[in-house]
Design a protein around this ligand. Structure first.
Ligand code: ADP
Length: 337
């Protein structure tokens, strides 16, 4: 039994003629203890999926289970989940300890059990020395950790994260990402994490659900999603800069799209003739923007590689064992080549 199952889940907002379907039949089995990230651009339906698991949105058709229970008709409070939001909304007048303990007090747990759980969460999150402070005396990252502590103490079956890192600056985001990973290793609680950030998805997930306009384009490990994208959408969404998708370059079959990652292109005596249009220096590497016929190409070059001058025409070859072919109509992957 999977920890979370989506079975042909459909969501419509509104009723009757005005109904707007935004989730078009998602099926996925999330294993017990797994950390799964739902990723996709704004509006693709990530939060809606998560909110249906939480019980904050009705499920229009299909089924969602948590553990061995179908939860379609079960109240949010009875679903044995804990949610961490982007907006962590701590109680400003309460100490960190009481912020974490509050839900347990309401639930009527004995005082010593509450203390045990809060102390344990504080140890895991390294908040032990901050338990007597008020939220205003904490940094943004520390507040986000208290919000996570509040979820941990409930010892839920499932953690749901809704873009919890979006309010943090880049450095703190990277650091908190590591903390969430550590937390998951330590607690092993099934987690569903929503983000629009593909780097966050790649670094956190054991498996990734890539959503495209209400459809699940792919559900796979970060390696699978990056190395064998199921669609042109996944190919261009996962990875920065995105995979090059060529339709007209010499050698591209009619009706197919050829995908090549920027790191799989190199200067070579035999290959496509391209014109160098722009060079971006990123430190360890450079991104070289080139034109081939009416199409753009981006390639990555390590700092050691000699880069031709802007405006010059050179030849570029693709690694033949790293070519991706997609159907030009449906965008679906055609082969493993
Ligand atoms: P994401 O989290 O990927 O940004 P959402 O799940 O929030 O996307 O939204 C998916 C789609 O559903 C969007 O087109 C959005 O406009 C629509 N939507 C979200 N919430 C509502 C709502 N309460 N009523 C009507 N439409 C909504």
């Amino acid at each position: 039994m999977a920890a979370i199952s989506f079975r042909n889940v459909i969501k419509r907002y509104g009723k009757g003629a005005k109904a707007n379907q935004v989730i078009h039949g998602v099926s996925a089995e999330i294993e017990t203890g797994e950390f799964v990230v739902i990723v996709g651009p704004s509006g693709c339906g990530k939060s809606t999926l998560l909110r249906m698991v939480a019980g904050l949105e009705e499920i229009s058709a299909g089924e969602i289970s948590i553990g061995d229970r179908v939860v379609n008709d079960i109240e949010p409070a009875q679903r044995d989940i804990a949610m961490v939001f982007q907006n962590y909304a701590l109680y400003p007048h309460m100490r960190v300890f009481d912020n974490m303990a509050y839900g347990l007090k309401i639930a009527g747990l004995p005082r010593d059990e509450i203390k045990k759980r809060v102390d344990n969460a504080a140890r895991i999150l390294e908040l032990g020395h901050l338990l007597d402070r008020k939220p205003r005396e904490l940094s943004g990252g520390q507040r986000q950790r208290v919000a996570m502590g509040r979820a941990i103490v409930r010892q839920p079956l499932v953690f749901l994260f809704d873009e919890p890192l979006s309010n943090l600056d880049a450095k703190l985001r990277a650091q908190t990402r590591l903390e969430i990973q550590k937390l998951h290793r330590e607690l092993g609680i099934t987690s569903l994490f929503v983000t629009h950030d593909q780097v966050e998805a790649m670094t956190l997930a054991q498996r990734i659900i890539v959503m495209n306009a209400g459809v699940m384009d792919q559900f796979g490990t970060p390696e699978e999603v990056y190395l064998r994208p199921a669609t042109t959408f996944v190919a261009s969404f996962m990875g920065s800069p995105p995979m090059n998708l060529l339709r007209h370059a010499p050698g591209v079959r009619p009706g197919a799209v050829l995908g090549i990652r920027p790191e799989h292109l190199s200067f070579s005596d035999d290959g496509w003739l391209v014109r160098i249009e722009q060079i971006e220096m990123l430190g360890a590497e450079r991104l070289i923007h080139a034109r081939i016929g009416d199409e753009q190409l981006v390639m990555r070059a390590d700092e050691g590689v000699a880069v031709p001058e802007l405006g010059s025409s050179v030849r570029v070859a693709a690694r033949q064992d790293r070519l991706h072919w997609f159907d030009a109509g449906s965008g679906k992957r055609l082969s493993d080549a």
